[in-house]
Design a protein around this ligand. Structure first.
Ligand SMILES: N[C@@H](CC(=O)c1ccccc1NC=O)C(=O)O
Length: 294
């Protein structure tokens, strides 16, 4: 039996409170600093890069994305779609362009996707929205040299769900070259009985059909040539670290997939992604290497 099943509710909630585990600041402070860092980074990216803001990818009010264009011209233009985190109930694309600066300078297009967080959106809708956003991007930007995904926390979950899509229901079959899954949750069952599920209101059935850990065979069919990096923070909680380790192992056991587990030293759940504003940060370098831009 996995550890979460044996945990009392308060321990489970502690494990699934990322801010509790930061060694830099108190819980409240680390979240405040996180939102501030993401917002300032996004403002900076919008002043540096040419942008296309609020591009609709669907009919819904929340179905919009922001595009950050390269500052250099080259023939080889990869595109990375960033899916923000925030436990499917916080944050938005308005603070999700922060990673664009070092990438647009290297000739990469960055797309920050918006989706309807809870309580407006539910899990099925959010998964459908990010899938449709990827289908839209590949139709609009058919000339790019490669499509990559990056997601943080709940956004890593959504990115893993995109990799696990049966594209036969869509007009296109995107070939995602690489995915960067940062401090994600891949099995939704443990959060069902926690505060995280209060606005989400997932039933067990909803949690199971939206758990990437249950969809590894589908991922193998849909994303067989995708280079997958599962990154986790040294100071993520033991349960968060286990989520990444277990998903990494499940993908590895499926065979035929290129998967790497990266344990990022001296980081917590929040600065593991905030530091993507820095071109010299380990994960920025890994992302650029994946896109063959180093
Ligand atoms: N209750 C959660 C809150 C949280 O995860 C969060 C809150 C605001 C913005 C982002 C968050 N998480 C991850 O991106 C925590 O304890 O960290």
């Amino acid at each position: 039996m996995s550890r979460w099943m044996e945990m009392q509710k308060d321990e489970l909630e502690r494990q699934y409170s990322p801010s509790h585990w930061s060694q830099r600041m108190s819980g409240d402070e680390v979240i405040k600093a996180h939102v501030k860092a993401l917002k300032e980074g996004t403002n900076r990216a919008q002043s540096v890069a040419q942008t296309l803001l609020n591009v609709p990818y669907g009919e819904g009010e929340g179905e919009k994305l922001d595009v950050y264009l390269p500052t250099t011209t080259s023939l080889d233009v990869p595109l990375v779609i960033y899916i923000h985190g925030g436990y499917w109930q916080f944050l938005s694309k308005e603070e999700s362009g922060f990673m664009a600066v070092p990438l647009v300078h290297k000739g990469v297009v960055v797309v920050a996707v918006g989706y309807d967080i809870a309580p407006k959106g539910n899990m099925d809708l959010m998964v459908s929205q990010v899938r449709r956003s990827v289908a839209y991007v590949i139709q609009q930007y058919s000339h790019i040299s490669g499509l990559y995904l990056c997601g943080h926390s709940a956004g890593a979950h959504l990115a893993a769900m995109v990799l696990s899509t049966d594209w036969s229901q869509y007009n296109v079959t995107p070939h995602i070259k690489g995915a960067f899954l940062v401090s994600g949750i891949y099995d939704l069952q443990p959060i069902l009985s926690t505060y995280v599920n209060e606005p989400l209101k997932m039933t067990e059935e909803v949690a199971l059909r939206n758990s990437p850990s249950q969809l590894v065979q589908q991922l193998k069919r849909s994303s067989s040539n995708c280079d997958i990096i599962v990154a986790v923070a040294q100071n993520d909680s033991p349960e968060f670290r286990k989520q990444s380790e277990d998903y990494y192992k499940a993908l590895g056991s499926a065979g035929g997939l290129k998967v790497t587990l990266v344990d990022v030293p001296n980081t917590d759940h929040f600065n593991i992604i905030e530091q993507l504003v820095d071109g010299n940060y380990q994960l920025t370098q890994l992302l650029l290497t994946m896109m063959e831009k180093i």
